[in-house]
Design a protein around this ligand. Structure first.
Ligand SMILES: [Zn+2]
Length: 330
């Protein structure tokens, strides 16, 4: 009885979501509607039912990323951006999410919508404001830059768009994502630090998801990261764990995603227990819930399967608030 009510209460708990990609959070039915509406041609041999969802551990990160072959083909129409944003926020609301930091690649959106980066960012802000208002949710946007040769140019373009719009409060942070084996221009970390100092934006870096512990160290020491996306590789380095704990840097732990991508192999314990042992702060997040066909509630359950207690989970709302880049959460 006690256990049952605890589980029920756990499902109902208020949540904050700090690591979710907008295009990984769009319900399948909405994607199908938009693809049909925009007459989008799928890549050869791409089967929606098979290739747009990920239920079981993938052979490689590349295989996990197959859905993005299609996810980067829409929305071409303004109204479909509104539709998908509303659907994303609705599914977060179903998981009792009270505040969310939504990650998005504005430059993809600009090229799809044939608009300037400034216009694309403005549209994204308008869509997300309308959706958040409808569900009474606080929403901040994180601008994602992809690792590669053009990362610095992309970041500068995004920051210019942000300035053109008068540095709107809706934008709360910057992210770096993509293949961790790919090099980036040497000046990139300093550009992140400058943006942090100048605009007060939070910095979160996808690092240590594919086994590269060096990337976690670089995120902390060079990029000035406030939070680390995934960071699973850090668990193998006690000195790095101590550094994260000392600097109070929060790891965004995505338990379902970590098993599906292979960031945490089947036969290994999830590093969140190691984070807890070293007093490294962490927050449970969902990464790409629609691709997993699950939600943040399921990530809570997965984190408990990995060894967290119910009281660890209860504390998560406060931890998410403390590390959120959104100002003035009560
Ligand atoms: Zn991510």
């Amino acid at each position: 009885m006690l256990r049952q009510s605890l589980t029920a209460k756990l499902c109902e708990r208020d949540r904050g979501e700090l690591h979710v990609h907008m295009n990984g959070a769009i319900p399948l039915s909405i994607i199908q509607n938009i693809l049909a509406d925009e007459s989008t041609e799928l890549p050869p041999d791409f089967l929606i039912e098979r290739d747009l969802v990920r239920y079981t551990p993938c052979q490689s990160l590349a295989s996990y990323l197959t859905p993005w072959q299609v996810l980067r083909l829409f929305p071409k129409k303004r109204e479909n951006l509104d539709r998908l944003t509303l659907a994303v926020v609705a599914s977060l609301a179903e998981n009792n999410v009270r505040f969310v930091e939504l990650r998005s690649s504005v430059l993809y959106l600009a090229s799809l919508q044939n608009s300037s980066p400034t216009q694309a960012l403005e549209r994204l802000i308008e869509s997300s404001r309308a959706a958040a208002d409808q569900f009474g949710m606080r929403l901040g946007l994180i601008l994602t830059v992809t690792r590669g040769d053009y990362s610095s140019v992309a970041l500068s373009t995004l920051l210019q768009a942000y300035q053109n719009l008068g540095e709107p409060e809706d934008v709360v942070g910057l992210d770096l994502a993509g293949d961790e084996e790919i090099a980036y221009p040497s000046e990139l970390p300093s550009l992140y630090r400058k943006a942090k100092d100048r605009f007060g934006l939070g910095i979160t870096i996808h690092a240590g998801e594919t086994g590269r512990v060096d990337n976690v160290r670089a995120a902390v020491k060079l990029f000035g990261a406030d939070r680390i996306g995934h960071g699973t590789a850090a668990s193998k380095d006690p000195y790095l764990l101590d550094l994260l704990a000392r600097r109070d840097i929060c790891i965004e732990v995505c338990p379902i995603s970590n098993r599906l991508t292979g960031a945490v192999p089947d036969d290994e314990e999830h590093p969140l227990l190691e984070f807890r042992r070293h007093q490294v702060p962490f927050v449970i997040c969902s990464d790409n819930p629609a691709i997993h066909q699950r939600g943040l509630t399921d990530d809570d359950a997965a984190a408990m399967t990995e060894g967290l207690s119910a009281s660890d989970i209860y504390q998560q709302f406060e931890v998410a608030k403390r590390f959120s880049f959104i100002e003035g959460l009560d």
